[in-house]
Design a protein around this ligand. Structure first.
Ligand code: SF4
Length: 392
């Protein structure tokens, strides 16, 4: 795998569906549990799909665009949409974008939305990958997180999804929760492997501002998650999954051979993507855009014919720091040739000098002309990357 940002660009499309059935205590994504304006939202989204159809034209005119390869429906919980609503979105996409080369179409889903009828209906859509928010197979964790499903529902929906033919399956898990000891965490990982799940995204519990979790910790009703526990469970996961042939290819992501997420790998490799829906981000080389995280404002703006995005042009240094940040989280690391070609010898020397202390401490190695974080460094990837950031 190369982190080459300068190859011909395969692109992705992300769609944000801002609805959930219930609010999880740790979550600060943009969503609403009221579905009152859902029909207006879907009409606005269809209109944005139309209005943004020229998004990749500049890249195509420059000869840097090699088609759209992935579509990802995230949120929120896009599985709250029925198969017919999803098909409306795909019809809009296929009408306005060149999608002949699409290889991966992912739907984020919660277990409580995936009964056998829904799964059968989803098989008739372009969706060929499911990303299921399981978070834990233990009821006390699910209660703590305020998840809607039970462990039995989680197991059942995974079996049903596999039986329905969704072999390319991701599950999300969360570790470092106050009630979860290492044995409980190991049991979760064993479940994933035993069920033959091809891809795992696992995140340490973090306390985001303005969440119920944040409120409860500040009121003393709940202990704050401990970093030692999370670091220990991260290493346990890396060791166990490695021994079961999963590749740890990004800090939070593990895959059996051939099952890396193409969509997310494209993000981490600096490829362009178009984000549609409230709070969705878009990226073209040197530019970032985002729709504000406000669904009513999004609907009003699109209805009046205005795209609501805000944006910024990245300076050379911002682009370099972003490359360092994303690449250090991956198994292929920060490629020194990419830095040399993109930003020059002097910036390369600055990065190499800043990396020295991590090379000496064993948190980073230099391999195949790349800076790669070791097991000891990976859990602290974002902090290490921030230390490497260059300023004017
Ligand atoms: S974690 Fe997922 S299901 Fe829970 S509130 Fe956040 S977006 Fe919704």
């Amino acid at each position: 795998m190369s982190g080459d940002q300068f190859a011909l660009m395969m692109a992705g499309i992300y769609i944000h569906i801002p609805y959930c059935r219930q609010a999880c205590h740790y979550c600060n994504f943009h969503f609403s549990v009221s579905h009152r304006h859902r029909e207006d939202f879907l009409q606005a989204l269809l209109k944005e799909i139309r209005m943004q159809q020229g998004f990749f034209d500049g890249l195509a005119a420059a000869g840097d665009f090699d088609g759209i390869q992935t579509i990802y429906l995230g949120g929120g919980t896009p599985s709250v949409l029925g198969a017919s609503e999803l098909m409306q979105l795909f019809e809009g996409l296929y009408k306005h974008y060149p999608l002949g080369q699409v290889k991966e179409v992912t739907l984020e889903a919660n277990p409580d939305d995936l009964d056998t009828r829904k799964l059968t209906a989803l098989k008739d859509t372009p969706i060929n990958r499911l990303s299921i928010g399981i978070q834990s197979f233990h009821q006390p964790d699910l209660t703590f997180m305020n998840r809607l499903h039970s462990p039995a529902q989680a197991v059942e929906c995974i079996h049903n999804a596999l039986d329905a033919g969704f072999k390319n399956l991701n599950v999300d898990l969360i570790y470092g929760t106050p009630g979860m000891d290492d044995q409980g965490w190991e049991e979760n990982l064993v479940r994933v492997a035993e069920m033959g799940i091809r891809h795992l995204s696992a995140y340490a519990l973090t306390v985001e501002a303005k969440t119920v979790l944040d409120y409860m910790i500040r009121k003393g009703k709940m202990p704050a998650p401990g970093e030692d526990q999370a670091a220990r469970q991260f290493l346990l996961m890396r060791r166990l999954l490695g021994s079961w042939a999963y590749e740890h290819y990004e800090v939070s992501n593990f895959a059996l051979p051939g099952f890396r997420s193409m969509h997310n790998t494209a993000y981490w490799s600096g490829r362009p993507y178009l984000g549609l829906g409230p709070s969705a981000h878009s990226f073209l080389p040197g530019h970032r855009r985002w729709n504000p995280p406000n669904t009513s404002q999004y609907i009003d703006s699109i209805q009046s014919g205005q795209l609501p995005w805000e944006g910024e042009r990245l300076t050379e240094l911002q682009a370099l720091n972003e490359y360092v940040m994303t690449s250090l989280r991956t198994a292929w690391g920060c490629q020194l040739d990419v830095v040399r070609r993109g930003w020059g010898e002097s910036r390369l020397a600055d990065i190499e000098q800043a990396a020295e202390k991590f090379l000496r401490s064993g948190r980073m190695v230099r391999r195949d002309n790349a800076l790669i974080l070791t097991s000891e460094g990976l859990f602290f990837a974002d902090g290490i990357a921030a230390d490497l950031f260059l300023s004017e």
